[in-house]
Ligand binder design. Structure first.
Ligand code: ATP
Length: 568
């Protein structure tokens, strides 16, 4: 396909903010694509060249894009930067400098989506000596054949800011509209296939062949899936009311999610909730899996919890969070920050998908497979009961053991990848805590001069697929050993600046932080319609993507529930 055709669709999507309209534009675009053998164009619509589970990144800075623009347009770097300062969108700058040049030049070969995919796919592979030059020439090659509009979207793709406002729900609905009859069942089938594969090109390919083929999509170990998420329970009584009696109670461990895979060939892969492959960071876990899980292939859902080497007490998430990102001296961290795996579900076992089996059956299978070894790997502490008194005792025991609280699960429910479900609830002591994403910052003065001192916090308005502001925080509990300090945060945020205005900057939504706040109020000051009072940043959440932060509907629901409690 001509890249210009895709760019026309990008333009249309960018111009039309309504989700319905976006779905209409996309399904129209998908229809002729049904006949094309290669469906990877869908990745380009997501601003990527690989499926969602593939974490490879282009590794291209804005500075390198500017160099490539200079090389392919002849406009000086200085001029490009000046222009960028004024308009704040490097994509638009590219559109103008490349577009102007094109008015005077005749160019023969037109860009195809294949060529764009081809060049962009080479970028993550380039490393070491000479890599920067090679990257530069791959980008310049594309820019040289591009029109102004094409250059705009090439640059935006490279810096991860496509700005066409297409969320995965829109892609899902467009696949339904272009391939199947539009109804709830088909929408669920497409969503289901995506949750199992996290690959929209594959889902589209199956959907093109009809609903039967789509429903044949199964889990496959080694291929990350979206984890099932829980809703909140107010109390044990509330939990029983919502999941029924008897309920299955488990400790809610305070660690991070690990989905452990072993494929038919014995290859082990470990994924986080963000679908990042962290197998290399956890050689200790690989060893426990090999030694203590007796099965040929499986997908097991678990929580990894840190503990203190000396006292053997469990430690909060933040203490072990460093292990997720560590690339070097891994063995040193294995020793320093040991973890215990607490397995709580099994989704696939010896060639068979288990997600449609009732939870009670899955948990029994899991418990047969794992040889429990404290401080290494074990199945989650569990209690099956109809008694509030017993459940309450169990809850207190979990808190005493430094865990967050309890999970309350319905015994007959299936596992729904990617869904936040009402048959798995979490119960924790009331806390005013939210995970939010940083979308802006402001330079400090005096002691804080040179670093950012105030951070703009946003939640996800999932209906409009936008991050909306909910507060500003100058409070930060510095923990330099965990990378949390004003200076460290400034370092992390600087490469993500999208616009500077005076002392303030806009930041690409990438860094997720946990916030502790006093209370929440309705407020017209922020786009979310709410304002947090006295928010303080307490930890970094490198295990979360921006999309995983608190959503506006969760906050609204929480606010309403709290208000109800106050008034009745
Ligand atoms: P929170 O911020 O309250 O921890 P969350 O946003 O991490 O919640 P939820 O799905 O809302 O995620 O809560 C469930 C999380 O609790 C799971 O993602 C998992 O990481 C963790 N967890 C700990 N123990 C268990 C367990 N026994 N069963 C299921 N999930 C568990």
């Amino acid at each position: 396909m001509q890249y210009s055709k895709l760019c026309e669709t990008y333009e249309d999507l960018e111009k039309n903010p309504s989700r319905l309209k976006k779905t209409e534009i996309l399904s129209k675009f998908f229809k002729p694509l049904k006949k094309e053998k290669d469906k990877q164009i869908i990745y380009l619509l997501q601003g990527k060249v690989y499926p969602d589970y593939d974490e490879r990144e282009f590794g291209i800075s804005e500075q390198l894009c500017i160099k490539a623009l200079e090389k392919s347009s002849g406009v000086s770097k200085k001029e490009i930067i000046n222009h960028w300062r004024k308009i704040g969108d490097l994509g638009k700058v590219a559109e103008q400098v490349i577009g102007n040049k094109k008015q005077n030049t005749l160019f023969s070969h037109k860009l195809t989506t294949d060529k764009v995919l081809d060049n962009l796919k080479k970028l993550p592979e380039l490393q070491g000596k000479g890599a920067v030059d090679k990257k530069l020439s791959l980008i310049s090659e594309l820019l040289t054949s591009a029109t102004g509009t094409e250059a705009k979207y090439i640059i935006r793709t490279l810096i991860g800011q496509l700005r066409i406002g297409v969320a995965s729900g829109t892609i899902r609905d467009s696949i339904v509209e272009s391939c199947l009859e539009k109804n709830k069942e088909n929408t669920e089938a497409v969503q289901d296939a995506y949750n199992k594969t996290t690959d929209f090109a594959l889902v589209f390919e199956k959907a093109c062949k009809g609903i039967k083929e789509l429903k044949k999509v199964t889990l496959s170990p080694g291929h990350p899936i979206k984890a099932m998420l829980a809703l909140k329970a107010d109390s044990i009584e509330d939990g029983f009311k919502r999941v029924g009696k008897p309920a299955i109670f488990e400790y809610k461990y305070d660690g991070f999610r690990m989905i452990i895979n072993k494929d038919e060939k014995g290859k082990i892969n470990i994924f986080t909730r963000r679908l990042d492959n962290v197998t290399n960071q956890f050689p200790d876990v690989v060893e426990y899996i090999q030694k203590y899980i007796n099965a040929k292939s499986f997908i097991i859902d678990s929580e990894a919890v840190g503990y203190d080497k000396k006292t053997k007490k469990y430690t909060p998430f933040q203490a072990v969070s460093q292990r997720i990102k560590r690339k070097h001296n891994i063995q040193e961290l294995v020793k320093k920050l040991p973890i215990e795996i607490n397995a709580f579900d099994i989704l696939y076992y010896n060639g068979k998908e288990l997600i449609s089996e009732p939870f009670e059956k899955r948990t029994k299978i899991l418990r047969k497979l794992i040889q429990n070894h404290k401080y290494k790997i074990r199945t989650a502490h569990q209690l099956i009961t109809s008694s509030e008194k017993k459940a309450d005792k169990f809850y207190k025991q979990a808190l005493k053991n430094n865990q967050e609280g309890l999970m309350i699960k319905n015994k007959d429910s299936k596992y729904q990848p990617g869904a936040r479900v009402g048959h798995m609830l979490k119960l924790k002591p009331a806390e005013n805590e939210l995970d939010l994403v940083i979308t802006g910052a402001e330079y400090g003065k005096g002691k804080r001069a040179g670093s950012y001192a105030t951070f703009t916090l946003s939640c996800l308005d999932e209906k409009n697929n936008k991050f909306v502001e909910i507060g500003k925080s100058s409070g930060l509990k510095e923990k330099p050993e965990l990378g949390l300090s004003f200076t460290e945060l400034t370092k992390k945020l600087k490469p993500l600046i999208t616009k500077e205005h005076g002392r303030k900057v806009n930041i690409q939504p990438k860094i997720v932080v946990t916030i502790l706040y006093q209370n929440i109020q309705r407020s017209p000051t922020y786009k979310s319609g709410f304002a947090l009072r006295f928010p303080r940043i307490t930890q970094l959440r490198p295990d979360r993507k921006a999309d995983d932060c608190a959503t506006l509907s969760e906050i609204t629901k929480g606010y309403n529930r709290h208000e109800l409690k106050i008034h009745y």
